[in-house]
Ligand binder design. Sequence first.
Ligand code: M6R
Length: 365
Amino acid sequence: DKGNHRHFMEKEIHEQAEVVSHTLSNYIDFAEGKVRLDTGQLDFANLDRLAMSACGTAYYAGLIGKYWFERFARLPVEIDVASEFRYREMPLTGRMAAMFISQSGETADTLASLRYCRDHSLPIGAVVNVRESTIARESDAVFPTLAGPEIGVASTKAFTCQLSVLAALSMIAGRERGTLSPEDESVMVQALVEAPRLFNEVIRDIEPQIETLSRELARFKDVLYLGRGTNFPLALEGALKLKEISYIHAEGYAAGELKHGPIALIDENMPVIVIAPHDRHFEKTMSNMQEVAARGGQIILITDEKGAEAAPLETMATITLPVVHEIVAPILHALPVQLVAYHTAVFMGTDVDQPRNLAKSVTVE
Ligand code: M6R
């Protein structure tokens, strides 16, 4: 049931305050200001390495998780798309565990990667949305996302719920490895607890602007997304979302890679969506943005209030979000990324919930 919404995707974007809050409450003790979760057979304190793998949007969630595990828990993470992981014969030596991320829990390549790790006796964790799924059943420790059924082929609420679970997992790993102080943990918990309340406000504030902007975006054949740090996987996610439902060609790049190739594409026909809240990468990303502007590229900046103030030049549009803690930023910044894709596709009249050639669950390789 779509309720008052035109598409399941629209409904699912708007549901995120509720489902992210529901998911977080499964992993966080709000009263204590601590993460509360049973990591089962994943003994984070004694791991040398974590191998992650997933497909599509779930893979991008994992990439953000990698930044968090390495930063907050000092735990090295190897991450691959599952279709590569399953065949690349990675040596699974030392004290390792594996982690798989999947909305459906049935994706063929992700499941095959899981079985490869199981055959090598690794402890297996899974972040899944469908509790009865094969991936959930075959894992040692299941960390559910409580997103509810996701119907739209383009994944939205499952992604932000995956990020919420990965945030909690990286924090518990940090605590167990002695790399995250109780003070930092409680600041992060507070930030996460307050996040869902912001979602509805943010959507209300930015959606009209994004609708107008999408009419302009619909004129273009190509769009480039740029970001640094955890904004890099978000750039990849933005490009995937736009291409899968609007069929506009889009690419996501690490902003620092601009000079290594994609800058050759920049002209007035190539809008560039820069995802850059005012974090420790901001200045660097701004200089990339200036390089784009100097070549006539049109810029759409997704940033926060501090970033909007500090941004050095005129843009085609600046979408401004509230300033939040770095653990919340990718979850919050996913909203404009999803809304841009959604409204552009609606404006172009494509079948948003059932885009051509795609299936919700990819059970063959
Ligand atoms: O069910 P899964 O999370 O394992 O699915 C993975 C991908 O197939 C999925 O995220 C796909 O990329 C979506 N269409 C993205 O919107």
